[in-house]
Design a protein around this ligand. Structure first.
Ligand SMILES: [Zn+2]
Ligand SMILES: [Zn+2]
Length: 263
């Protein structure tokens, strides 16, 4: 199996997974953070990504048995789709804690089809079903309430940042020590130098508010799940306004832009 892992910084790597139906239309990444308490994964890709993730870790010399936690940005199947595959592959000795925003937990566990909205102008309905659930003994689901947030921070130095809008319980994660922001779908690199929002949402206004808060946050590295990857520092002084820069495609698709990155 191919090694899809790319090392981005001293402690963060990205594994490129197959998007829905194994197409390559929308590159989807799983991020791996090395901490002194083991590996933490951010999201898990679509169903069918489990083996690729485990094989990529092994080929890169990282022990999948040291995965201690999975931080889910939200319940969608291209993010939470392989949690059961990963915990099954690591079973029986594994005990991977799976963190998820409080409001997204019931959406994941109900295992029902839901309607998402695509394009803020057309408001097109898209049907979406969550991925399979892990067995509670291998992969307990931990809601990011006060206790869940405190546990994540205490064990791994990761701050959970509620960023509702794409889904009700969407969560971004900041690793404090390295200034790494794992933004899920709350902030995306629409182009290598352009940061904004994808046009899929539960509540567009809330999504824009959450995205703006993240865009103004003092982080160093930005690791969004879809599309482009960067491994350089984009601290506040490197973020420039992109007013008047919106292209025709961004307008048609309904992308919302926050800033561009100075070269
Ligand atoms: Zn999503
Ligand atoms: Zn997605």
């Amino acid at each position: 199996m191919k090694n899809n892992l790319t090392r981005l910084t001293e402690t963060v790597s990205a594994i490129k997974t197959n998007f829905l139906f194994r197409t390559r239309l929308l590159p989807t990444h799983v991020f791996v953070l090395e901490t002194e308490n083991g590996l933490v994964l951010f999201d898990t890709g679509s169903p069918g990504s489990g083996r690729l993730i485990i094989a990529s870790l092994k080929k890169a010399g990282l022990d999948p048995g040291s995965i201690r936690a999975i931080c889910l940005s939200h319940w969608h199947r291209d993010h939470a789709g392989s949690i059961a595959e990963i915990t099954d592959l690591l079973a029986p000795e594994s005990h991977v804690e799976i963190f998820i925003g409080q409001a997204d937990l019931p959406l994941l566990t109900a295992q029902r089809v839901r309607v998402l909205r695509l394009n803020p102008f057309l408001n097109l309905p898209v049907l979406h079903r969550p991925g399979r659930l892990p067995s509670p003994s291998n992969g307990p689901l931990i809601p990011l309430d006060k206790a869940g947030c405190a546990r994540l921070d205490h064990l791994y130095g990761i701050k959970a940042i509620p960023t509702p809008g794409h889904t009700p319980g969407h969560t971004a994660y900041l690793h404090r020590e390295t200034g790494s922001l794992f933004s899920g779908c709350a902030l995306s690199l629409l182009k290598p130098h352009l940061v904004g929002l994808v046009p899929i949402f539960h509540d567009r206004q809330e999504q824009i508010r959450s995205g703006r808060r993240l865009a103004e946050l003092d982080f160093k590295y930005l690791f969004p799940v879809h599309m482009f990857l960067r491994n350089d520092e984009i601290s506040l002084e490197k973020r420039l306004p992109c007013l008047g820069k919106k292209g025709i495609m961004d307008k048609l698709i309904g992308n919302h832009l926050f800033f561009r990155i100075s070269s």
